[in-house]
Design a protein around this ligand. Structure first.
Ligand code: ZN
Ligand code: ZN
Length: 122
């Protein structure tokens, strides 16, 4: 996400925060962007991947929208993905990432030559 009140036409790295832990983006942090400026950092991605993908621990509330793909319950139902599990941020409870976005982001970051991030294995 973006800091409030910034110049949207001239977004700097320091204007970008992880939607899930609110840390500021810096050169040494892996960050993956979703829709409308949403972001997940490598740390949150590791946590969510281990929790949700490896341990299948669904922490999503009843009604939620993934900030990365902007899909809500009804959107997931329409694509036969009703009941898709999500990972709720321990810091911002309104930030819940769907499993599809976590897998996509992890796949992208895992392959990225820019960061030493790898998928957690346990
Ligand atoms: Zn984060
Ligand atoms: Zn999503």
């Amino acid at each position: 996400m973006r800091k409030p009140g910034i110049d949207e036409n001239n977004v700097q790295m320091s204007d970008v925060l992880c939607d899930f832990c609110t840390r500021v983006w810096t050169e040494d942090i892996a960050m993956i962007e979703g829709h409308q400026g949403s972001c997940i950092c490598g740390n949150c991605l590791s946590l969510s991947y281990a929790d949700l993908v490896l341990n299948e621990n669904d922490t999503s509330p009843d009604d939620w929208e993934c900030p990365m793909c902007l899909e809500k319950n009804a959107d997931r139902s329409a694509q036969n993905r009703a009941g898709e599990p999500g990972w709720q941020s321990p810091i911002r409870e309104e930030a819940v990432a769907c499993r599809r976005c976590i897998k996509l982001a992890a796949g992208t970051l895992h392959k990225s030559p820019d960061f030493a991030w790898t998928k957690p294995t346990q």
